[in-house]
Design a protein around this ligand. Structure first.
Ligand SMILES: Nc1ncnc2c1ncn2[C@@H]1O[C@H](COP(=O)(O)OP(=O)(O)OP(=O)(O)O)[C@@H](O)[C@H]1O
Ligand SMILES: [Mg+2]
Length: 310
C-alpha cells in the first residue's frame, strides 16, 4: 500500500524573467509505515513539494495521491487522517500553547480534546508552559509546540518539514524517539525533511535527494554511503611532519588538511589501498601518535551530491 504517490509534480513562481521553477518534475512514492527522507540544499524545492501535498499551495501540474485518495476530491478524509509539522509554521503568538492546540483540535475534529492536549504537552515536556503565550516561548519550545500540533489528530500520514530545528540535544534525542515510537505504534507514514544528517540516518528507511526541483536519487542511507568509494584517514605524527606530507604527495594522495602534527587525507577503496599506504608509512619509520580511519557519512553523501551539481 502506497500512502504517498506523486507523479510529475511541478510548481513555478513568478513570471517571465522573474520566473522561479521551484519544483520542476518530481515523482516518488512512500509505502505505508515508511519514514521517507527528503534531502537537498536550501531552495531545492522540498517545502514547496510538501506545501503542494498538504494543500497549502496549488500545483501547476502533476498527480498527487494520499492515502490512496485524490486529496482535492477527498479533502475532508485526507485532512482528518494527515497532519504537518514544521518549526517554521506560524502559530498565533497572542494565544497560549493550549489555546493554539484547541484551535487545531477543532480543525481536525479531534475527540476528547483536552485529554489529547494534556498528553501531548506531557510527551513534549510543555505541561508547565501550557498557559504561556506562544510569543513568549523560546524557539525550541515553539518547535515542540509545532510537534504537538502535528500529532493532535493521531495522523496516519505525517509531514515533518524541519520539525526539530532549535531543539537542544536532549530534547532532540527524545523527539526522535517519540517520532519512532509513534510511527511504530500507529503504522504511520512519514515524509521527513531535515538538514541534520544523523537524524535522517537514524529515522529514515529511504532517502530522496532533491536538487533544483528534481529528484536526483532515491536509496537507503547505507546504499548512498557505499557509493562513496573512499575513506578519510586522520594521522597525528610524532615528528617528520613535512617528510610525511612529501611522501603522501609522491604517492598522489589527496591531502585535505595538514597543520601542526595533524594530516588528513582521502584514500580510495581500491583493493588493499588503505592497507598498502599505511604499511608504507610504518615501514618508512614514521611514528604516529594517533590514527583514525573514517568511513563516509551521510554528510559526505550530501556534500558530494550538492557540490557535484553546482
Ligand atoms: N512563494 C514563493 N514565491 C517565489 N519563490 C518561491 C516561493 N516559495 C519558494 N520559492 C522559491 O522556490 C525555491 C524552492 O524553495 P523551497 O522553500 O521549496 O526550498 P527548500 O528545499 O524547502 O529549502 P530549505 O532547505 O531552505 O528549506 C527557492 O528558490 C525559493 O526561493
Ligand atoms: Mg524548506
Amino acid at each position: 500500500m502506497k500512502d504517498i504517490e506523486v507523479k510529475n509534480l511541478r510548481k513555478t513562481f513568478g513570471r517571465k524573467e522573474k520566473k522561479v521553477i521551484a519544483v520542476d518534475d518530481v515523482s516518488f512514492y512512500v509505502n505505508r509505515g515508511e519514514i521517507f527522507g527528503f534531502l537537498g540544499p536550501n531552495g531545492a524545492g522540498k517545502t514547496t513539494t510538501i506545501n503542494m501535498l498538504t494543500g497549502l499551495l496549488k500545483k501547476d501540474s502533476g498527480e498527487i495521491k494520499l492515502l490512496g485518495k485524490d486529496p482535492i476530491k477527498d479533502w475532508e478524509y485526507v485532512k482528518n487522517k494527515s497532519n504537518v509539522s514544521t518549526a517554521y509554521f506560524p502559530m498565533s503568538g497572542v494565544l497560549t500553547i493550549r489555546q493554539n492546540l484547541r484551535v487545531y483540535a477543532g480543525l481536525y475534529n479531534v475527540k476528547n480534546r483536552e485529554k489529547k492536549i494534556d498528553s501531548l504537552l506531557e510527551i513534549f515536556e510543555l505541561t508547565k508552559l501550557g498557559n504561556t503565550k506562544v510569543v513568549n516561548l523560546s524557539s525550541g519550545e515553539q518547535t515542540r509546540t509545532a510537534l504537538c500540533k502535528g500529532l493532535i489528530n493521531d495522523p496516519k500520514l505525517l509531514f515533518l518539514d524541519e520539525c526539530t530545528v532549535g531543539l537542544d540535544p536532549d530534547i532532540a534525542e527524545k523527539t526522535r524517539r517519540i517520532i519512532k515510537e509513534y510511527q511504530k505504534k500507529n503504522d504511520c507514514t512519514i515524509l521527513f525533511t531535515s538538514h541534520y544528517m544523523y537524524e535522517v540516518e537514524e529515522l529514515c528507511d529511504r532517502i530522496a535527494f532533491i536538487d533544483k526541483g528534481n529528484i536526483i536519487r532515491i536509496a537507503t542511507a547505507d546504499q548512498l554511503k557505499k557509493e562513496i568509494k573512499k575513506h578519510t584517514i586522520e594521522l597525528k605524527v610524532k615528528d617528520k611532519h613535512g617528510e610525511l606530507i612529501k611522501f603522501l604527495q609522491d604517492e598522489n594522495i589527496n591531502i585535505i588538511f595538514a597543520e601542526n602534527n595533524t594530516i588528513i587525507f582521502d584514500v580510495s577503496l581500491e583493493k588493499d589501498k588503505i592497507y598498502k599506504i599505511l604499511n608504507k608509512i610504518f615501514t618508512k619509520g614514521f611514528l604516529l601518535d594517533d590514527l583514525h580511519i573514517k568511513k563516509p557519512t551521510l554528510d559526505d553523501v550530501f556534500i558530494n551530491f550538492a557540490r557535484s551539481r553546482k
